[in-house]
Every structure is written in C-alpha cells, then in structure tokens.
Design a binder for this molecule. Structure first.
Ligand SMILES: Nc1nc2c(ncn2[C@@H]2O[C@H](COP(=O)(O)OP(=O)(O)OP(=O)(O)O)[C@@H](O)[C@H]2O)c(=O)[nH]1
Length: 330
C-alpha cells in the first residue's frame, strides 16, 4: 500500500492532508476520483459551479479537479472566477472532462487551468498529474511562508507589512476610506532579556504576538513583527475611536496575560496609533507620513510613562482621547 508520504514529499506535508475539491455532477465520476485520492487527500465534492466557488472561498482547497459541463455556470466560468479573486487565484485547477477537442483544451488552459485530462480517467495518470501540481502548489505555499512570515513569532514580517501598507494606502485613497496603523513596542525589553535570558525574551515575543493575533481578527487586518521587539498592524476601514479602543485592549491584555504566565515578570507595551481619515487628499501626505506619525505617537506613549497609548489623526494637531478601561474590555 502506498502511504500519504509516498504520494507527496514529506517536507511539504503539514499536520493535515492536502485538500482536493472534485467538481462533477455525475456521481460515478465523483466516485472514481474519490477512490483514487481518498487515502492521500481530504476530498471535498461539489456538484455545480456556484457551490464549487463557495467551497473554494471558504475552505481554500489545494487543488480543484473541475468538469466543464455543469448545471448553472460551466467549468470555464468557474475557473475564470477563481482566477479573478485574490483569495482563490493561487488554487490550481485541472479540468477533467469528456470533451477531447483542441478548442476545449485551449479554452481551459487560457482560463488559467494548469492541466487538462480527458475522461474516462486512467487512475495512475490522474494521480501522477495531480501529484505534480500539488507539489508545485505546496512548494509555493512554503516559499510564501518563508518570504512573508516571521520565523520566531509566526505573524507576518516587515516585508509583508511594507507591501500591504503600500497597497492598502492606495486602496484607501481610491475608495476614500479610513486607514489606521498601530505600532506596539514591548517596554524595557532589554532589561527583561538581561534578567531572564534571550530564550525567555523570545518566548515573551511569541506571547505578545499571540495577544495581537487574538485582538486583531479581521481578515483584512495585518499583524506583523516590524523589528526586534516592535510589532506593527495595518487596519483598513477602521475609525480612530475603534482603533484607540483596540490599542487600549492590547495594552491591557499584554499586561494581564504576561502576568498570568509569569507573575514575577509581567510585561507591558506602549502603543502608537495613527489614522488616515476617509477624506484625506493624496497631496497632503504619503503612507510614510502615516508610519512616521504612528512612530511619533509610540514615542509619546513611551515618554508618557509606558504601559499606555497615544494616537493622532493625520492633518489634526490634537491627540485622540484615551478610551476608558471598561470600554476596552479591561
Ligand atoms: N530575546 C530577543 N530579544 C530581542 C530580539 N530582538 C530584539 N531584542 C532585544 O530587544 C531589546 C530592545 O531594547 P531597547 O531598544 O533598548 O528598548 P527597551 O529596553 O524595550 O526600552 P523601551 O523600548 O524604551 O521601553 C534589545 O535588548 C534587543 O536585544 C529577539 O528576537 N529576541
């Protein structure tokens, strides 16, 4: 018997088996593909194009085996729509179809499919082709992980943050929506490291990252390690009052959680908040100005005694009011 590790290189396999989506309205075809892959992959099934799209958006399979003739929208259209959405664009599609003409194959490949298989299927050939494309997909995922994720804390890294801030700034100007930044810096971290050692310092960095991940949960938000003991968060579509509340919650939660984990050595953070208002004109500043404002607010929080936050809106001189503890859930 061939095991999952014989199907794909073990270094590409995470805790879960790769996920395949089979899209076909003919139960016998679904059964045939299910039998080929059930042992090595988690196999999802959709019998029409609309539910295939919904499943892809929700479950993000690693590969789609897609019939062309389907009830409702056809396979070509499904493939096109998958390609048009950023969150599903990276899912490879293989057409598995009874159409064996060059036109269909040309159309399928030009819609963005990575391969084209004609039914009736030959199990060993389908397995080999799926293995090739799953390997490429999982290698790509791993590479993205290495390029954009901070190895110590598991949140995004500075490179990812810079790219997303640039993109979100452009989007917020075009759509005339607010955009906010949070800079979060652990207080007296040098002292913590000196007293308890670098390994404890690393552990504390992971704990703070975890608090940020739990507090900042919208899919459009970005939590990143900006440098040493400093984190930065991009919050699209967020009003200043809500971001100040979030900042306050982070200050409280870090102190409480770190105190729980090590009552003798709780940590605190200082937070700088900067907001671009919805009606901000492009000529009035850049995302570098937003970053500089968040940084200056972080500096003000440090100067104000640490374990606190400061915030300002671009183009305004007065500071944002500090939200009360009860509102922040502390
Ligand atoms: N353990 C650990 N420490 C780090 C890491 N990156 C940076 N640091 C430490 O973080 C400390 C930052 O010190 P400072 O910049 O002086 O700031 P601070 O002591 O936190 O003081 P304030 O920010 O003013 O409250 C330094 O001792 C760095 O060595 C890391 O990846 N792991």
């Amino acid at each position: 018997m061939i095991g999952a590790h014989d199907f794909l290189p073990p270094e590409l396999l995470g805790a879960q088996r790769p996920c395949l989506l089979v899209v076909d309205d003919e139960p016998l075809n679904v059964q045939a593909l299910y039998t080929v892959f059930a042992k090595d992959c988690q196999v999802l099934v959709a019998t029409d194009g609309e539910s295939a799209l919904a499943l892809c958006a929700r479950r993000q399979p690693d590969l789609v085996l897609l019939d062309i003739g389907l009830p409702g929208i056809d396979g070509f259209e499904v493939c096109r729509r998958l390609q048009s959405q950023p969150e599903t664009r990276g899912i490879p599609v293989i057409f598995v179809t009874a159409r064996d003409d060059a036109d269909a194959e040309t159309q399928g490949l030009s819609c963005g499919a990575v391969d084209f298989i004609v039914k009736p299927i030959h199990p060993a050939i389908v397995r080999a082709r799926v293995r090739t494309h799953l390997t490429l997909k999982l290698q790509g995922d791993l590479l993205r992980q290495m390029v954009f994720v901070d190895g110590l804390t598991g949140v995004h890294n500075r490179r990812f943050f810079d790219e997303r801030l640039d993109a979100e700034w452009g989007r917020a100007l075009r759509n005339r929506t607010p955009l906010s930044l949070l800079m979060v810096d652990i207080d007296h971290f040098k002292r913590f490291n000196d007293q308890l050692g670098h390994q404890s310092g690393d552990q504390r960095l992971r704990q703070v990252a975890e608090v940020l991940r739990r507090c900042i949960r919208r899919t459009s938000d970005v939590v990143a390690r900006y440098g040493g003991e400093e984190f930065a968060c991009v919050l699209p579509d967020s009003e200043p009052e809500a971001v100040m509340l979030l900042g306050r919650m982070i200050v409280e939660r870090v102190r409480e959680d770190s105190g729980h984990l090590d009552p003798n050595h709780p940590s605190t953070v200082s937070v700088g908040v900067a907001c671009k208002p919805a009606d901000f004109a492009p000529r009035d500043g850049s995302y570098q100005d937003l970053l500089a404002l968040a940084d200056s607010q972080l500096y003000a929080a440090k100067a104000g005694g640490r374990n606190t936050l400061r915030g300002r809106v671009m183009g305004q001189t007065e500071s944002l009011p500090l939200p009360s503890l009860s509102l922040a859930g502390g």
